[in-house]
Design a protein around this ligand. Structure first.
Ligand SMILES: Cc1ncc(COP(=O)(O)O)c(C=O)c1O
Length: 459
């Protein structure tokens, strides 16, 4: 019943029944109708696996919320948390702190180009909130352009930036956000037939949006470097460079939201590195320390940082640069380097995950497209490959979402924890997953996809 510990302070019931009962009675869960969920209790984890109190194990193709990049309970990162806990736990942002200074130095060092200063937050939404505030104050303009296919967080401003349906409930939100379509050849808003065409047309559309909004009113464009939850949309070569050039032409700042794509997911420290692009502000969270302690932040260009040399930065958070969070970022970056995790991710993406998923597509008519890189992949499920009709309608719930729900159930009952969003399943395991484990997970997907295949009309 009880967990033994040295202090006695952590002895509380850990059996499945009590955990579930208290959860259902007292915990309000995110994005869910509380009466329709049954949260699986997690008792432990290791590497790419977690398990419930009964020892039922799941291979995690979702890395929790695409954040446990280093894997569960990495022993060296756990030790670092314990060591820092014994040193110093509470230091307000107004003081200097060794762990915070070192984390900022390391992150600035890894950041693209000359970006050199960090404002720490407790997560991704706050990072985006702070980035748009910095952009507005620095530029003296107010509008932000954001993509329809995006998720930027759930606080007021971040929700207003978000393009997908999770923003609807918070509308009317923050004024001054205008929206555009980013590239997605599979469902091209521009009727393009090649990547190059999609790239050119998406850039022309962004230019038209800037002009129509009044370029002089636009402070920033915010973009997920690789769109995450809304589809794992890898930008065509030339798109990000085109966005950079467009921003330069009109004096607009470029904010890269790397909360999900950064710190290993794409096999790079920052996903923009893959395309050699230097944004003005880069937001990070999740993989920076794999969520062992909540942490996020914004890396600023020297020009933006200079704005706040004499002018007070109009923002702050009690936990900005929390020492425990910062120490885990330092330790995590070291572990990534010493264990060659970025190299592992690149290799896995190119030689294991990509080929295995494409092989699935050869056998399952429900797979419309396979796309991704690193440990960041999507299978887009369709009813009909020729029409590309999604397996479930946009933002479906209840009965309309049944095919995806059944597919998810089939994965879970076979011991695979899938990531599911609308008509897609994403393959986003921890960066440390082995090739053998990928194949185990793909074998489960293979069987679960038979459920999806039954809903196809094209055979
Ligand atoms: C691209 C992106 N930006 C921002 C966020 C929000 O981060 P957080 O939930 O830490 O506030 C997320 C979360 O999934 C995300 O994927």
């Amino acid at each position: 019943m009880s967990m033994l510990d040295e202090t006695g302070l952590l002895s509380f019931p850990t059996d499945e029944e009590t955990v579930r009962k208290n959860d259902m009675a007292h915990v309000l869960h995110s994005w869910a109708a509380q009466g329709h969920i049954d949260a699986v209790p997690i008792a432990g984890g290791e590497g790419a696996w977690f398990w419930d109190p009964n020892g039922r194990r799941y291979l995690d193709f979702s890395s929790q919320l695409v954040n446990v990049n280093i894997g569960y309970q990495h022993p060296r990162l756990v030790a670092a948390v314990q060591e820092q806990a014994g040193r110093m736990l509470s230091v307000s942002p107004a003081f200097a702190n060794d762990a915070r200074s070192e984390a900022a130095r390391l992150i600035a060092d890894l950041a693209p180009g000359d970006l050199d200063m960090v404002f720490f937050t407790s997560g991704g939404a706050e990072a985006n909130e702070m980035a748009i505030r910095m952009a507005r104050v620095h530029s003296g303009r107010h509008k932000i352009l954001a993509a329809y296919r995006s998720y930027h967080g759930s606080t007021a401003g971040a929700s207003a930036l978000t393009g997908e349906p999770r923003r609807w409930a918070t509308e009317p939100g923050m004024p001054g956000v205008a929206r555009f379509w980013g590239p997605n050849l599979y469902r091209s808003p521009f009727h393009a037939t090649t990547e190059a065409e999609e790239c050119d047309r998406a850039l022309q559309h962004l230019r038209d949006t800037v002009v129509a909004e009044g370029a002089h009113t636009v402070a920033a464009v915010i973009l997920e470097t690789v769109v995450g939850t809304n589809g794992i949309l890898v930008p065509p070569d030339g798109y990000l460079a085109g966005v950079r050039a467009l921003c330069d032409e009109f004096g607009i700042l470029y904010i890269a939201d790397e909360v999900m794509a950064g710190f290993g997911r794409c096999g790079e420290w920052f996903a923009v590195d893959r395309w050699g692009v230097r944004p003005d502000l880069v937001c990070f969270a999740k993989g920076v320390n794999s969520g062992y302690v909540p942490l996020g932040g914004v890396v600023l260009s020297p020009a933006i940082a200079a704005t706040f040399e004499d002018l007070a930065f109009p923002g702050g958070l009690t936990y900005s640069g929390h020492p425990l969070a910062c120490a885990t970022a330092v330790a995590s970056i070291r572990i990534f380097r010493e264990e060659g995790i970025l190299e592992h991710v690149r290799e896995l993406g190119e030689t294991v995950i990509g080929p295995a998923l494409r092989d699935l597509a050869d056998r399952h008519p429900s797979i419309g497209e396979v796309r991704g890189l690193g440990v960041f992949w999507a299978l887009e499920l369709v009813r009909d490959r020729s029409t590309r009709e999604p397996l479930v309608p946009f933002n479906a719930s209840g009965l309309a979402a049944a095919p995806m729900a059944e597919f998810g159930k089939a994965c879970k009952s076979a011991g695979l924890w899938p990531f599911i969003h609308m008509n897609r399943t994403h393959v986003c395991p921890p960066c440390v997953i082995t090739a053998d484990e990928v194949h185990q997970g793909v074998a489960i997907l293979d069987r679960a996809l038979e459920v999806a295949d039954r809903y196809t009309t094209s055979g």
